[in-house]
Structure formats: C-alpha cells, structure tokens
Ligand binder design. Structure first.
Ligand code: ADP
Length: 294
C-alpha cells in the first residue's frame, strides 16, 4: 500500500495558491511533511483526510481514489487534526467509546476491548474517567492518537502534533508514534525539523505550495555535505554577511550570532559544519540549494 499524489493544486477564494501541482509518492512507515507556517501542509492534510476539495490532481491510496471515494477513505483513515477545537466535558473513556461507535464498532464487548486497549496503549488508563477538557497538551495529543487508531487505519494523518508540547510530552508522543505499525502510511506534518529527524524514514519539504524536496532525510543530508559553513560573528556584521553570502540560518549561541552559509567553496574565515536536517530545510526554503544546484 502506498499513497500516490499527482499534480494536486488548490487555490483559495482569496487567490492564495496553497498547493501548486504537488506530486508525491508516500510509502508505508513514517513520512515527514516539513514546511514553514503557511507552506500548505494543512491544506494537503485536509484534502487527503477528505475534509476539503482539491481544484485538480489526484491521490490514490492503493486502489482507493482519495478525492472521489471519500467514504472508502474514511473507513481506513485515522486523522489527528492540529486542534480538536472545543474539548468536550466528557471523560476520555466516554469519548473514545462514542467515536468507536461512530466508526461502526457496534458490538458492546468489542468496543470495550478496543477502548480499553487504546487507553492502555497511549498511557491514559489512569486518567480514563477524567474529562478531556482538563487534560494537558500532551495528554490531549495522546488522546488524539488513541481516537485516530480506532478501526485499524491504513492511512494516519497527524497535523502539527508536537506544537505546544513540552520536551517530556514530545518524547512520550514520539515513542507512541513509533509504535504504530510499519504497514501503515503515517504522514506527519510539521514545521519542527526535529520531529522529522527523530521519526521519519522519508520526507518532503514544501514551501509556498510547492514541493522542494522528496526523499530520505539521509540522502538530503548527503546532498548538502561539504557545502555548509559556519562562523560566529558580531551582531553588527550580520547585514554585511547577508549581503555577501547565502546565509541559510542565523542562531544565537551565548548571545552571539552563529551563521550557516551555503557555498560550494569555503568562504574566508568560515569553518566547515556537519550538515543537519535544519541546514537542509533552510537551504531548500530560501532557495540556496536550488540556485546552486541548478
Ligand atoms: P500550513 O499548514 O503549512 O501552515 P496552510 O495549508 O494552513 O499552511 O496554508 C497555506 C496558505 O493558504 C497560507 O497562505 C494560508 O494563509 C492560506 N489559507 C489556508 N486556509 C485558508 C482559507 N480557508 N482561506 C484562504 N486562505 C487560506
């Protein structure tokens, strides 16, 4: 089973082109969709989750036409949206039980077994009688995973799952995601490079609705190896370096800017830097990679 997206485009009524002819093949396993805010990730996720219409293009999940056979997609879809909106004042157990019923698990015994197993799996068993409205961000996300797993989905879509989680909650969430079967297509949409680095065997980078990279994170790292250079500079020098070099990132370390520059040859005074996925991300986002590679 794989998800094959072909020439998908979407322009909103206000003229914003959120997706511009995106083609992507997504195999089973964890796939990271990386892009800055506004890149078009949620638009793509919502179209794949049958919540929004595309203008043109196609998406096939195995033999299911995702844009046309919405009912078939929903049977095999687990969706964890960016935000659930209003959290109900019912308990985690009641809510999961209700969602399982909606997903067609009619037999009471079956439903009890599924709900109990999921509560254990996402480590919310102790909190099963508490109202979801009072949950922490991490607990809400784990509840979100539990509800998305009802019905043994073949396609799981997780939209910006770690935004707002503290490091401990994020780790627990990562561990949970990695337990989800290898035989399922899991798309993790995020603007956080670390999410993709830690979890994903394949990834894509999008910006302004366009696909900039698709492939394995390791191959992406390899492609920029030997072209990332680093220098610690004074704040007042930043504009000058920006004008003279392709600066792909600028981080403060102990109050001093440390810049990364993309270049085939070592610029004067710079040290070679081992590329990170963040370097890959920024060199694609600001066009450095394409302009140099082209
Ligand atoms: P991301 O999830 O990567 O942050 P989105 O898919 O939410 O990106 O948004 C892509 C672009 O489309 C942005 O410029 C955003 O402002 C715009 N956009 C998103 N939803 C709507 C909408 N309902 N109406 C108009 N513009 C929208």
């Amino acid at each position: 089973m794989q998800l094959v997206i072909n020439g998908l485009s979407k322009t909103y009524g206000n003229g914003v082109k959120a997706l511009d002819n995106v083609s992507l093949t997504i195999p089973t396993g964890m796939f990271g969709l990386l892009g800055p805010n506004g890149a078009g990730k949620s638009t793509l996720m919502r179209i794949l989750a049958t919540l929004q219409e595309a203008d043109s293009g196609s998406a096939m999940l195995g033999t299911i036409d995702v844009l046309k056979d919405k009912h078939e997609v929903r049977k095999v879809l687990g969706y964890l949206p960016q935000e659930f909106g209003v959290y109900p004042r019912v308990s985690a157990y009641q809510m999961l039980d209700h969602i399982a019923l909606l997903k067609g698990v009619i037999n009471n015994g079956d439903r009890k077994a599924i709900v109990e197993a999921l509560l254990q799996k996402v480590n919310l068993w102790e909190q099963r009688k508490r109202r979801i409205a009072g949950f922490s961000g991490g607990m809400k996300q784990r509840f979100g995973i539990a509800q998305s797993l009802i019905g043994e989905p073949k396609l799981i879509i997780v939209d910006e799952p770690t935004a707002g989680l503290d490091p401990g909650e994020r780790n627990r969430f990562y561990n949970l995601l990695t337990e989800i079967g290898e035989n399922v297509v899991v798309i993790l949409s995020t603007h956080i490079v670390q999410d993709v680095q830690e979890l994903c065997s394949n990834m894509a980078i999008i910006n302004k609705g366009q696909l900039l990279y698709a492939g394995a994170p390791n191959d992406a790292l390899h492609a920029v190896k030997g072209r990332i250079w680093e220098k610690s500079i004074a704040k007042s020098e930043l504009d000058g370096y920006n004008a003279a070099h392709t600066v792909i990132s600028n981080k403060l370390i102990a109050g001093r800017p440390v810049i990364h520059v993309y270049s085939d040859a070592r610029p004067d005074g710079f040290e070679s830097a081992e590329p990170t996925l963040e370097d890959v991300f920024f060199s694609h986002i600001n066009g450095a990679f394409r302009s140099v590679a082209a």
